[in-house]
Design a protein around this ligand. Structure first.
Ligand SMILES: *Cc1c(COP(=O)(O)O)cnc(C)c1O
Length: 385
């Protein structure tokens, strides 16, 4: 039965068994640093908590099931998880990544890994011909984020992975924005999937955690080795919180997607809004691809103002009462953000403007409140411009 579970059953049951010693239905928080051995080398599979922790193991098993991977490995944050993937590379290797990447991911590649001799190309990956042209014999990793952040471009995962496979290049998809409920990259050919579980997986803005889901045993062994060798693990309580959040992933994400769709429509018709970025619109260049690879169009919406300067954006950003001005996304509560000064401040202005990330761009992470209240809130804020 457990092999054939559908998604909504998996979020609640995959990898989760009542605690054998007590019958507790919830996975216990194993707050321990070490495990007692009967005699040297004789133990129950757990030696030291950097290497293995039972609470973490349950979360890893659950995540692997949700993404259709062989195994998963959890880390102290999404960026710690990405750091582990980059450690698969050696000096001289090259990365090709999407050009409107999460700011922290861009910073990790450019400011940390470049100095160790790893070169990166940031390209528009909607263009697979450009991808083909950028590949050379040193290319070892293709990094995809889709929908992209914050421009909500859609990259065809299957197409990019097919190109990568031809050249024997690893692909990693940052699936944070979509969540495994909407999109499962391993089934589309990806080797690795990254999550900032801080966002939709946790879902309640109360934990920072990252994970990598590996498609094969070999990759899982390598990533587990890096996890243990570098040590960027997370604590068991954080695993417990994410496990609890995941149980309602499908319900939360579905509602956020419904709300986002109505909000995107409202914004599109608003006279003070010049452009709305939302893959659910038929005229969005990635609409057909989104329809093909995603279940719904996601809970993120970005928009630009007719009055295109930071001052106007500030009025909207400080004018909402339900949308809280904050970094992050994917929680039950709606957030509003200003990518240019917040999440993407670490990207040079020329780079930002190339992808349309202007000073007046506003990003919404739509929560699961009543959508009429959310629209009213935006209406009042836009009146202030
Ligand atoms: C937040 C985020 C990350 C980084 O995750 P942390 O848990 O904050 O380290 C990476 N990718 C995307 C798309 C994100 O939104």
């Amino acid at each position: 039965m457990k092999d054939k579970m559908k998604f909504a059953t998996k979020v609640i049951h995959a990898g989760i068994e009542p605690d054998p010693s007590t019958g507790a239905i919830m996975t216990p928080i194993f707050q321990t640093s070490t495990y007692v051995q009967e005699e040297p080398g004789v133990h129950k599979g757990y030696e030291y908590a950097r290497t293995q922790n039972p609470t973490r193991k349950v979360l890893e098993t659950n995540l692997a099931a949700l993404e259709g991977g062989y195994d998963a490995v959890c880390f102290g944050s999404g960026l710690a998880a990405m750091d582990a993937v980059l450690k698969l590379l050696s000096p001289g290797d090259e990365i090709i990544a999407t050009n409107d990447l999460y700011g922290g991911s861009y910073r990790l590649i450019v400011r940390i890994y470049q100095k160790f001799g790893i070169k990166a190309h940031f390209i528009n990956m909607e263009d697979t011909e450009l991808l083909q042209k950028t590949i050379n014999t040193n290319t070892k990793l293709i990094w995809i984020e889709t929908p992209t952040n914050p421009m909500l471009k859609i990259i065809d995962i299957e197409e990019v992975c097919a190109v990568a496979k031809k050249h024997n290049i690893l692909t990693c998809v940052d699936n944070t924005f979509a969540s495994p409920y909407l999109q499962q990259p391993i089934a589309l050919g990806a080797d690795l999937v990254l999550h900032s579980a801080t966002k939709y997986l946790g879902g309640h803005s109360d934990v920072v955690l990252g994970a990598i889901i590996c498609s094969t045993k070999e990759l899982a062994e390598q990533i587990h080795f890096i996890q243990n060798a570098s040590g960027a693990i997370n604590g068991p309580f954080d695993c417990f919180l994410v496990l609890r959040g995941i149980k309602t992933l499908h319900v939360r994400v579905k509602q956020a997607c419904k709300n986002a769709k109505k909000i995107a429509k409202f914004l599109k018709d608003h006279p003070k809004v010049s452009k709305v970025y939302y893959p659910g619109f038929k005229d969005h260049p990635g609409h057909e691809t989104a329809k093909k690879q995603m279940k719904y169009f996601g809970g993120m919406v970005a928009f630009d103002l007719v009055d295109d300067n930071f001052e106007s954006a500030k009025k909207v950003l400080s004018g909402t009462k339900l949308f809280s001005l904050a970094e992050s996304l994917g929680g039950v509560e709606s957030l509003i953000g200003h990518p240019a000064s917040m999440t993407h401040a670490s990207i040079p202005k020329e780079e930002r403007l190339k992808v349309g990330l202007t000073d007046s761009l506003v990003r919404l992470s739509v929560g699961i409140e009543d959508v009429d209240d959310l629209i009213e809130d935006l209406k009042e804020a836009l009146d202030k411009v």
